[in-house]
Design a protein around this ligand. Structure first.
Ligand SMILES: *Cc1c(COP(=O)(O)O)cnc(C)c1O
Length: 399
Protein backbone atom coordinates (compact mmCIF):
# COMPACT_ATOMS: atom_id res chain seq x y z
CA UNK A 1 0.00 0.00 0.00
CA UNK A 2 1.35 3.46 -0.86
CA UNK A 3 2.05 5.95 1.92
CA UNK A 4 -0.90 8.09 0.86
CA UNK A 5 -3.22 5.07 0.86
CA UNK A 6 -2.10 4.23 4.38
CA UNK A 7 -3.00 7.75 5.49
CA UNK A 8 -6.46 7.49 3.94
CA UNK A 9 -6.99 4.09 5.52
CA UNK A 10 -6.00 5.53 8.91
CA UNK A 11 -8.54 8.32 8.49
CA UNK A 12 -11.30 5.85 7.63
CA UNK A 13 -10.63 4.04 10.92
CA UNK A 14 -11.25 7.12 13.06
CA UNK A 15 -13.46 9.65 11.29
CA UNK A 16 -17.22 9.27 11.22
CA UNK A 17 -18.22 8.14 7.77
CA UNK A 18 -20.32 11.12 6.66
CA UNK A 19 -18.33 11.79 3.48
CA UNK A 20 -17.29 9.57 0.60
CA UNK A 21 -13.97 11.31 0.24
CA UNK A 22 -11.88 11.47 -2.92
CA UNK A 23 -8.66 9.47 -2.92
CA UNK A 24 -6.19 12.17 -2.08
CA UNK A 25 -4.50 13.54 1.02
CA UNK A 26 -3.66 17.19 0.48
CA UNK A 27 -0.57 18.44 2.20
CA UNK A 28 0.05 22.04 1.20
CA UNK A 29 -0.92 24.72 -1.27
CA UNK A 30 0.73 27.51 -3.20
CA UNK A 31 -1.05 30.08 -5.34
CA UNK A 32 -3.92 28.21 -6.98
CA UNK A 33 -2.27 24.80 -6.74
CA UNK A 34 -2.59 22.07 -4.13
CA UNK A 35 -0.03 19.33 -3.47
CA UNK A 36 -0.71 15.88 -2.06
CA UNK A 37 1.51 14.04 0.40
CA UNK A 38 3.33 12.38 -2.51
CA UNK A 39 4.14 15.79 -3.99
CA UNK A 40 1.74 15.58 -6.96
CA UNK A 41 0.41 18.96 -8.14
CA UNK A 42 -3.28 19.79 -8.67
CA UNK A 43 -4.85 22.87 -10.20
CA UNK A 44 -7.55 23.90 -7.74
CA UNK A 45 -10.89 24.93 -9.23
CA UNK A 46 -12.89 24.19 -6.10
CA UNK A 47 -11.17 26.43 -3.51
CA UNK A 48 -12.26 24.22 -0.61
CA UNK A 49 -15.89 24.77 -1.75
CA UNK A 50 -15.68 28.48 -2.54
CA UNK A 51 -13.66 29.29 0.56
CA UNK A 52 -10.05 29.96 -0.45
CA UNK A 53 -10.65 33.02 -2.62
CA UNK A 54 -7.08 34.20 -2.22
CA UNK A 55 -5.68 30.79 -3.09
CA UNK A 56 -2.90 29.51 -0.87
CA UNK A 57 -0.03 31.27 0.82
CA UNK A 58 -1.02 34.90 0.30
CA UNK A 59 1.67 36.56 2.38
CA UNK A 60 -0.32 39.53 3.63
CA UNK A 61 -3.04 37.19 4.80
CA UNK A 62 -0.81 34.61 6.47
CA UNK A 63 1.27 37.32 8.15
CA UNK A 64 -1.85 38.92 9.58
CA UNK A 65 -2.83 35.55 11.03
CA UNK A 66 0.66 34.80 12.34
CA UNK A 67 0.85 38.17 14.09
CA UNK A 68 -2.52 37.62 15.70
CA UNK A 69 -1.59 34.08 16.79
CA UNK A 70 1.39 35.54 18.66
CA UNK A 71 -0.76 38.24 20.25
CA UNK A 72 -4.12 36.81 21.28
CA UNK A 73 -6.36 34.04 19.93
CA UNK A 74 -9.44 34.23 22.03
CA UNK A 75 -11.07 36.21 24.82
CA UNK A 76 -14.86 35.48 24.63
CA UNK A 77 -17.63 37.89 23.82
CA UNK A 78 -17.83 39.08 27.42
CA UNK A 79 -15.09 41.55 26.43
CA UNK A 80 -14.19 43.73 23.47
CA UNK A 81 -11.41 42.98 21.01
CA UNK A 82 -10.04 45.29 18.34
CA UNK A 83 -9.61 42.96 15.34
CA UNK A 84 -13.29 42.05 15.21
CA UNK A 85 -14.40 45.68 15.40
CA UNK A 86 -12.09 46.48 12.46
CA UNK A 87 -13.47 43.49 10.57
CA UNK A 88 -17.07 44.51 11.31
CA UNK A 89 -16.53 48.10 10.12
CA UNK A 90 -15.05 46.90 6.84
CA UNK A 91 -17.71 44.25 6.27
CA UNK A 92 -20.59 46.64 6.93
CA UNK A 93 -19.09 49.19 4.58
CA UNK A 94 -18.88 46.79 1.64
CA UNK A 95 -22.25 45.16 2.29
CA UNK A 96 -24.33 48.25 2.98
CA UNK A 97 -25.68 46.62 6.16
CA UNK A 98 -25.68 48.21 9.63
CA UNK A 99 -25.09 45.51 12.27
CA UNK A 100 -23.24 42.21 12.28
CA UNK A 101 -22.97 39.14 14.50
CA UNK A 102 -20.02 36.82 13.81
CA UNK A 103 -20.46 33.05 13.92
CA UNK A 104 -18.18 30.04 13.37
CA UNK A 105 -19.82 28.68 10.24
CA UNK A 106 -22.41 29.25 7.56
CA UNK A 107 -25.04 27.09 9.18
CA UNK A 108 -24.74 29.10 12.39
CA UNK A 109 -25.11 32.31 10.42
CA UNK A 110 -28.38 30.91 9.05
CA UNK A 111 -29.53 29.96 12.56
CA UNK A 112 -28.85 33.49 13.70
CA UNK A 113 -30.61 35.01 10.70
CA UNK A 114 -33.73 32.89 11.33
CA UNK A 115 -33.75 33.76 15.02
CA UNK A 116 -33.30 37.45 14.23
CA UNK A 117 -36.24 37.34 11.81
CA UNK A 118 -38.52 35.53 14.26
CA UNK A 119 -37.50 37.91 17.04
CA UNK A 120 -38.33 40.94 14.91
CA UNK A 121 -41.74 39.59 14.03
CA UNK A 122 -42.41 38.54 17.63
CA UNK A 123 -41.55 42.00 18.91
CA UNK A 124 -43.71 43.76 16.37
CA UNK A 125 -46.61 41.39 15.82
CA UNK A 126 -46.59 38.81 18.62
CA UNK A 127 -46.15 35.05 18.64
CA UNK A 128 -48.52 34.15 15.81
CA UNK A 129 -46.45 35.55 12.95
CA UNK A 130 -43.63 33.06 12.53
CA UNK A 131 -43.82 31.47 9.08
CA UNK A 132 -40.74 31.33 6.89
CA UNK A 133 -40.78 30.78 3.16
CA UNK A 134 -37.74 28.99 1.71
CA UNK A 135 -36.95 27.78 -1.80
CA UNK A 136 -36.91 24.35 -3.37
CA UNK A 137 -33.35 23.19 -4.23
CA UNK A 138 -31.91 25.64 -1.71
CA UNK A 139 -29.06 24.77 0.62
CA UNK A 140 -28.56 26.59 3.89
CA UNK A 141 -26.63 24.17 6.09
CA UNK A 142 -26.86 21.11 8.30
CA UNK A 143 -27.96 22.26 11.74
CA UNK A 144 -31.62 21.64 12.61
CA UNK A 145 -32.69 25.22 11.85
CA UNK A 146 -30.70 25.56 8.64
CA UNK A 147 -31.85 22.11 7.55
CA UNK A 148 -35.47 23.15 8.10
CA UNK A 149 -35.14 25.76 5.33
CA UNK A 150 -33.04 23.57 3.01
CA UNK A 151 -35.10 22.63 -0.02
CA UNK A 152 -33.81 19.11 -0.63
CA UNK A 153 -36.07 16.53 0.93
CA UNK A 154 -33.48 13.77 1.28
CA UNK A 155 -31.36 16.01 3.53
CA UNK A 156 -34.36 16.78 5.76
CA UNK A 157 -36.46 13.62 6.04
CA UNK A 158 -34.23 11.50 8.32
CA UNK A 159 -34.11 14.31 10.87
CA UNK A 160 -37.73 15.31 11.15
CA UNK A 161 -39.50 16.81 12.99
CA UNK A 162 -37.55 19.95 12.16
CA UNK A 163 -38.56 23.49 13.14
CA UNK A 164 -42.15 24.17 12.15
CA UNK A 165 -43.69 26.94 10.15
CA UNK A 166 -41.55 26.55 7.01
CA UNK A 167 -43.06 26.54 3.53
CA UNK A 168 -41.26 25.94 0.26
CA UNK A 169 -41.74 27.88 -2.95
CA UNK A 170 -40.02 27.62 -6.33
CA UNK A 171 -36.94 29.71 -6.95
CA UNK A 172 -37.38 32.18 -9.82
CA UNK A 173 -41.16 31.72 -9.68
CA UNK A 174 -42.63 34.83 -8.06
CA UNK A 175 -46.20 33.49 -8.22
CA UNK A 176 -45.25 30.44 -6.16
CA UNK A 177 -43.79 32.75 -3.50
CA UNK A 178 -46.91 34.93 -3.53
CA UNK A 179 -49.05 31.82 -3.14
CA UNK A 180 -47.08 30.79 -0.04
CA UNK A 181 -47.42 34.16 1.73
CA UNK A 182 -50.00 34.38 4.51
CA UNK A 183 -50.56 36.93 7.28
CA UNK A 184 -48.30 34.70 9.39
CA UNK A 185 -45.27 35.09 7.11
CA UNK A 186 -42.32 36.72 8.86
CA UNK A 187 -39.43 36.06 6.46
CA UNK A 188 -38.42 34.80 3.04
CA UNK A 189 -35.01 33.17 2.80
CA UNK A 190 -33.06 32.39 -0.36
CA UNK A 191 -29.61 32.25 -1.87
CA UNK A 192 -29.00 35.02 -4.38
CA UNK A 193 -27.36 32.38 -6.56
CA UNK A 194 -28.33 28.84 -5.58
CA UNK A 195 -25.05 26.96 -5.16
CA UNK A 196 -25.33 23.40 -3.86
CA UNK A 197 -28.67 22.95 -5.65
CA UNK A 198 -27.06 23.35 -9.08
CA UNK A 199 -25.85 26.95 -9.70
CA UNK A 200 -29.05 28.86 -10.42
CA UNK A 201 -28.72 32.67 -10.35
CA UNK A 202 -31.88 34.52 -9.34
CA UNK A 203 -33.52 36.39 -12.19
CA UNK A 204 -33.73 40.15 -11.61
CA UNK A 205 -37.55 40.05 -11.92
CA UNK A 206 -37.74 37.36 -9.26
CA UNK A 207 -35.49 38.89 -6.64
CA UNK A 208 -36.85 42.40 -7.20
CA UNK A 209 -40.40 41.04 -7.10
CA UNK A 210 -39.74 39.24 -3.81
CA UNK A 211 -38.16 42.39 -2.38
CA UNK A 212 -41.23 44.45 -3.33
CA UNK A 213 -43.53 41.84 -1.79
CA UNK A 214 -41.47 41.92 1.41
CA UNK A 215 -41.63 45.70 1.62
CA UNK A 216 -45.36 45.74 1.08
CA UNK A 217 -46.05 43.27 3.90
CA UNK A 218 -43.15 43.95 6.32
CA UNK A 219 -41.75 40.50 5.61
CA UNK A 220 -37.98 40.28 6.10
CA UNK A 221 -35.89 39.29 3.09
CA UNK A 222 -32.98 37.07 4.16
CA UNK A 223 -30.36 36.61 1.44
CA UNK A 224 -27.89 33.78 1.91
CA UNK A 225 -24.60 34.97 0.39
CA UNK A 226 -22.49 32.27 2.01
CA UNK A 227 -21.36 30.76 -1.29
CA UNK A 228 -22.12 33.43 -3.90
CA UNK A 229 -20.91 36.42 -1.86
CA UNK A 230 -17.45 37.83 -1.15
CA UNK A 231 -16.68 38.88 -4.69
CA UNK A 232 -17.46 35.63 -6.43
CA UNK A 233 -20.07 37.02 -8.84
CA UNK A 234 -17.98 40.09 -9.63
CA UNK A 235 -19.92 42.14 -7.07
CA UNK A 236 -18.84 42.12 -3.43
CA UNK A 237 -22.19 40.52 -2.66
CA UNK A 238 -24.33 39.03 -5.41
CA UNK A 239 -27.43 41.06 -4.50
CA UNK A 240 -25.54 44.23 -5.39
CA UNK A 241 -25.81 43.15 -9.02
CA UNK A 242 -29.62 43.23 -8.73
CA UNK A 243 -30.04 46.58 -7.07
CA UNK A 244 -31.79 45.10 -4.03
CA UNK A 245 -30.75 45.23 -0.39
CA UNK A 246 -31.74 42.43 1.99
CA UNK A 247 -33.06 43.07 5.50
CA UNK A 248 -30.85 40.29 6.81
CA UNK A 249 -27.97 38.57 5.04
CA UNK A 250 -25.54 35.79 5.78
CA UNK A 251 -21.90 35.31 4.86
CA UNK A 252 -19.30 32.60 5.55
CA UNK A 253 -17.08 30.46 3.28
CA UNK A 254 -14.75 33.05 1.68
CA UNK A 255 -15.40 35.57 4.46
CA UNK A 256 -12.29 34.34 6.29
CA UNK A 257 -10.62 32.64 3.30
CA UNK A 258 -9.85 29.55 5.38
CA UNK A 259 -10.46 30.30 9.05
CA UNK A 260 -13.87 29.13 10.31
CA UNK A 261 -16.00 32.27 10.36
CA UNK A 262 -19.47 33.28 9.31
CA UNK A 263 -21.71 36.24 9.96
CA UNK A 264 -25.28 37.42 9.85
CA UNK A 265 -25.90 41.06 9.17
CA UNK A 266 -28.97 43.25 9.31
CA UNK A 267 -30.20 46.74 8.74
CA UNK A 268 -30.67 49.11 11.66
CA UNK A 269 -34.44 48.97 11.10
CA UNK A 270 -34.39 45.23 11.84
CA UNK A 271 -31.74 45.41 14.57
CA UNK A 272 -33.79 47.93 16.55
CA UNK A 273 -36.62 45.45 16.92
CA UNK A 274 -34.74 42.17 16.93
CA UNK A 275 -32.25 40.26 19.10
CA UNK A 276 -31.60 41.73 22.55
CA UNK A 277 -28.94 41.01 25.18
CA UNK A 278 -29.37 37.39 26.25
CA UNK A 279 -31.19 36.33 23.06
CA UNK A 280 -28.19 34.96 21.23
CA UNK A 281 -24.55 34.18 21.86
CA UNK A 282 -21.44 32.23 20.91
CA UNK A 283 -18.23 31.35 22.72
CA UNK A 284 -15.84 31.48 19.79
CA UNK A 285 -17.74 33.67 17.33
CA UNK A 286 -15.84 36.80 16.34
CA UNK A 287 -12.70 36.05 18.31
CA UNK A 288 -9.49 38.02 17.62
CA UNK A 289 -8.07 35.36 15.29
CA UNK A 290 -11.00 35.39 12.89
CA UNK A 291 -11.25 39.15 13.27
CA UNK A 292 -7.68 39.49 12.01
CA UNK A 293 -8.47 37.13 9.12
CA UNK A 294 -11.63 38.90 7.97
CA UNK A 295 -9.99 42.27 8.33
CA UNK A 296 -7.00 41.16 6.23
CA UNK A 297 -9.27 39.65 3.59
CA UNK A 298 -11.18 42.92 3.29
CA UNK A 299 -7.94 44.90 2.91
CA UNK A 300 -6.46 42.51 0.36
CA UNK A 301 -9.66 42.50 -1.72
CA UNK A 302 -9.60 46.30 -1.81
CA UNK A 303 -5.87 46.61 -2.49
CA UNK A 304 -5.89 44.22 -5.42
CA UNK A 305 -9.26 45.44 -6.75
CA UNK A 306 -10.42 41.85 -6.79
CA UNK A 307 -13.84 42.67 -8.24
CA UNK A 308 -12.34 44.03 -11.47
CA UNK A 309 -10.14 40.97 -11.66
CA UNK A 310 -13.12 38.61 -11.22
CA UNK A 311 -15.07 40.42 -13.93
CA UNK A 312 -12.18 40.20 -16.35
CA UNK A 313 -11.16 36.60 -15.80
CA UNK A 314 -14.75 35.33 -15.55
CA UNK A 315 -15.65 36.78 -18.96
CA UNK A 316 -12.81 34.67 -20.36
CA UNK A 317 -13.91 31.61 -18.38
CA UNK A 318 -17.51 31.95 -19.62
CA UNK A 319 -16.33 32.09 -23.20
CA UNK A 320 -14.30 28.89 -22.75
CA UNK A 321 -17.14 27.11 -20.95
CA UNK A 322 -19.61 28.10 -23.66
CA UNK A 323 -17.26 26.45 -26.16
CA UNK A 324 -17.48 23.22 -24.20
CA UNK A 325 -21.28 23.40 -24.36
CA UNK A 326 -21.01 23.85 -28.11
CA UNK A 327 -18.41 21.11 -28.67
CA UNK A 328 -19.65 18.30 -26.41
CA UNK A 329 -23.10 16.76 -26.71
CA UNK A 330 -23.14 15.67 -23.09
CA UNK A 331 -22.46 19.23 -21.86
CA UNK A 332 -25.88 20.79 -22.29
CA UNK A 333 -25.85 24.16 -20.53
CA UNK A 334 -23.76 26.70 -18.66
CA UNK A 335 -25.25 28.62 -15.76
CA UNK A 336 -23.68 31.09 -13.38
CA UNK A 337 -22.24 34.50 -12.73
CA UNK A 338 -18.61 35.51 -12.43
CA UNK A 339 -16.58 32.77 -10.81
CA UNK A 340 -19.50 30.65 -9.68
CA UNK A 341 -20.32 28.61 -12.76
CA UNK A 342 -22.07 25.34 -13.44
CA UNK A 343 -21.93 23.04 -16.44
CA UNK A 344 -24.94 20.77 -16.83
CA UNK A 345 -23.79 17.31 -17.94
CA UNK A 346 -25.64 14.15 -18.92
CA UNK A 347 -22.96 11.86 -17.51
CA UNK A 348 -22.44 11.49 -13.75
CA UNK A 349 -20.53 14.57 -12.56
CA UNK A 350 -18.90 12.48 -9.82
CA UNK A 351 -17.22 10.31 -12.47
CA UNK A 352 -15.82 13.39 -14.19
CA UNK A 353 -14.56 14.83 -10.88
CA UNK A 354 -12.85 11.56 -10.01
CA UNK A 355 -11.04 11.30 -13.33
CA UNK A 356 -10.18 15.01 -13.27
CA UNK A 357 -8.51 14.54 -9.90
CA UNK A 358 -6.32 11.80 -11.36
CA UNK A 359 -5.42 14.29 -14.07
CA UNK A 360 -4.41 16.91 -11.54
CA UNK A 361 -7.55 19.04 -11.55
CA UNK A 362 -9.72 19.63 -8.49
CA UNK A 363 -13.32 20.25 -9.50
CA UNK A 364 -16.58 19.45 -7.70
CA UNK A 365 -20.23 18.81 -8.50
CA UNK A 366 -23.50 20.49 -7.51
CA UNK A 367 -26.97 18.98 -7.51
CA UNK A 368 -27.16 15.69 -9.42
CA UNK A 369 -26.04 16.80 -12.87
CA UNK A 370 -23.81 19.84 -12.59
CA UNK A 371 -20.07 20.35 -12.64
CA UNK A 372 -19.38 23.25 -10.30
CA UNK A 373 -16.59 25.71 -11.02
CA UNK A 374 -15.74 27.86 -7.99
CA UNK A 375 -12.00 28.54 -8.24
CA UNK A 376 -9.94 30.90 -6.11
CA UNK A 377 -10.80 34.43 -7.25
CA UNK A 378 -7.12 35.09 -7.98
CA UNK A 379 -6.93 32.70 -10.96
CA UNK A 380 -5.48 34.11 -14.18
CA UNK A 381 -6.47 33.38 -17.78
CA UNK A 382 -3.58 30.88 -18.01
CA UNK A 383 -5.20 28.87 -15.24
CA UNK A 384 -8.50 28.88 -17.14
CA UNK A 385 -6.66 27.50 -20.20
CA UNK A 386 -4.99 24.84 -18.07
CA UNK A 387 -8.30 23.86 -16.50
CA UNK A 388 -10.03 23.57 -19.89
CA UNK A 389 -7.15 21.48 -21.20
CA UNK A 390 -7.31 19.10 -18.22
CA UNK A 391 -11.08 18.92 -18.41
CA UNK A 392 -11.08 18.13 -22.12
CA UNK A 393 -8.47 15.45 -21.54
CA UNK A 394 -10.73 14.03 -18.81
CA UNK A 395 -13.74 14.14 -21.16
CA UNK A 396 -11.77 12.20 -23.77
CA UNK A 397 -11.04 9.49 -21.22
CA UNK A 398 -14.56 8.90 -19.94
CA UNK A 399 -16.33 8.89 -23.29
C1 LIG B 1 -21.99 26.09 2.52
C2 LIG B 1 -23.28 26.80 2.63
C3 LIG B 1 -23.95 26.91 3.86
C4 LIG B 1 -23.47 26.22 5.12
O1 LIG B 1 -22.22 26.69 5.53
P1 LIG B 1 -21.33 25.81 6.55
O2 LIG B 1 -20.16 26.69 6.85
O3 LIG B 1 -20.98 24.55 5.83
O4 LIG B 1 -22.15 25.54 7.75
C5 LIG B 1 -25.11 27.66 3.90
N1 LIG B 1 -25.59 28.27 2.80
C6 LIG B 1 -24.97 28.18 1.61
C7 LIG B 1 -25.53 28.90 0.43
C8 LIG B 1 -23.81 27.43 1.47
O5 LIG B 1 -23.22 27.30 0.28
Amino acid sequence: MSKMNQKMEAAEQVLLHTYNRSSVVFDHGKGVYLYDTDGKEYLDFAAGIAVCSLGYGNETYTNALKNQVDKLLHVSNLYYNEPITDAAEKLLKVSGMDRVFFTNSGTEAIEGALKAARRYSYNKYGSERYEIIAMNHSFHGRSMGALSVTGTEKYRTPFEPLIGGVKFADFNDLDSVKAAVTDKTCAIIMETVQGEGGIYPATPEFIQGVKALCEEKDILLILDEIQCGMGRTGEMFAFQGYDVQPDIMTSAKALGCGVPVGAFLMTERVAEKSLEPGDHGTTYGGNPLVGAAVSAVMDIYADMDILSHVNEVSAYLEEKLDKLVKNYDFVTERRGKGLIQGLVVTVKPADICKKALENGLVIISAGSDVLRIVPPLVIEKDHVDEMICKLEHTFSEIL
